[in-house]
Design a protein around this ligand. Sequence first.
Ligand code: 2M8
Length: 455
Amino acid sequence: MAVSADDWTDDPQAVDSFITRAKAVLDDNWTGRFTVPSPSLYPHQWSWDAGFVVLAYARYAQERAEQELAHLFAGQWKNGMIPQIVFNPDAPDTYFPGPDYWDAGRSPHAPDGVRTTGIIQPPVHATAVWHYQHFARDKERAVRFVERVYPLLAAWHHFLRRDRCSRRGLIHILHPWESGQDNSPIWDTVRKRTDVPEAFVKTAEAHRGDYIHKKTRPTRKDYSFYLYLVELFRAVDYDPKRMREVSPFVIQDVLFNTLYCRSLLDLGHLAHLIGEDPLPWWDEAHVTQVRMNEKLWNEHHGMYFDHDLTTNRRIKAEVAAGFTPLYAGIPRAAQAARMVRSLDSPKFYQVDERSWGVPSYDRESRKFSKSRYWRGPVWININWILCHGLRHYGYYDYAEHVRHAILKLPYENGFWEYFDPETGEGLGSDHFSWTAALALELILQPEYAQQVTEG
Ligand code: 2M8
């Protein structure tokens, strides 16, 4: 039997109580200025997490959506970069590597008076702002807000185009953290061929106690690789050109480029709304679509693969992110049909089979782990992206199947960071913001939105 949420989504009281519980997670994680991803593990503001929570706030808490984005933009670099983390000076010193380790202020581009990291995360912000204005109850105020943030979004996209892409190619990332999928099997070959000095293994080991749930987190080797890359970037003062030169990790990532493409489409809509020219953004989106199809598509596997610019080779890791281009309208109809056949298979999430959503990695791979972070567990954000992508191509039944998993997992097991695809057990940290936010995005219908007072 397929997992179905119908038994409770037909019951208005159960739906109401689910909405209340999801909102309570976001209320608890709201610091008064921004939302922490989870109170236990992540006490700062993360870039793409902020975008995901705005998708929910857009529907019931207009002012909070504005505050969340304003806090993130306060950490924007002078060269337009939106950093992976904006550190919270009031947070306990529990997260490693923290602001002192990064020492991002050594870059002339770093913002004044705000501490951040020196790398990026996927660009979901124009999409978040588009949702914000679309659902805003006070439309005039929303347009004024869009006018204020549009130049900041434009600067962010100019940064990506100027500093993260050679000629008119795809965007490259320089660190696994930039993809959002920290220990994905995609990065295994790069990590293995990189000689990480022993000192970084020791530092990673010294902080192992910081990483709770060791069996469900990246390994010590992963962390030493992450820290080594940070050191390389710190040594060149986070200068974008030098970072590219010194990094052993230079990848054209499917998920990143998909979200970039979607972001460009949404930025074009925002431009149009405030009387600016949308065409340069849409042209850029079109170029990205074409390049992704030329360079990253794999017909045999029915999915897109990352490209390693150091070796100039495809990375054939069958991860769920390889299907996300559906979300930005990138595949043609025939490609999309091929992708759905790959998704609806024992490797991923077969209809009429007892499992819990699309796992982050091919379940038939010998490297699949049902509990280790981005190497198998179900992540709600990836499922949410797939759900919308499937709807876009008219695969409503399969999209519904994914939507049910997104709702059923937290309804039955709580708002966890990620989930075991076989049992549905919650993993990582409880009380996780984007799990609550994206479930809310899927379930908050206009009639609910009207009942709620501003957050
Ligand atoms: C995870 O990544 C951070 C580093 O950015 C970490 O492991 O410490 C990832 O799941 C990432 O996608 C997410 O944005 C972040 C905060 O939720 O946690």
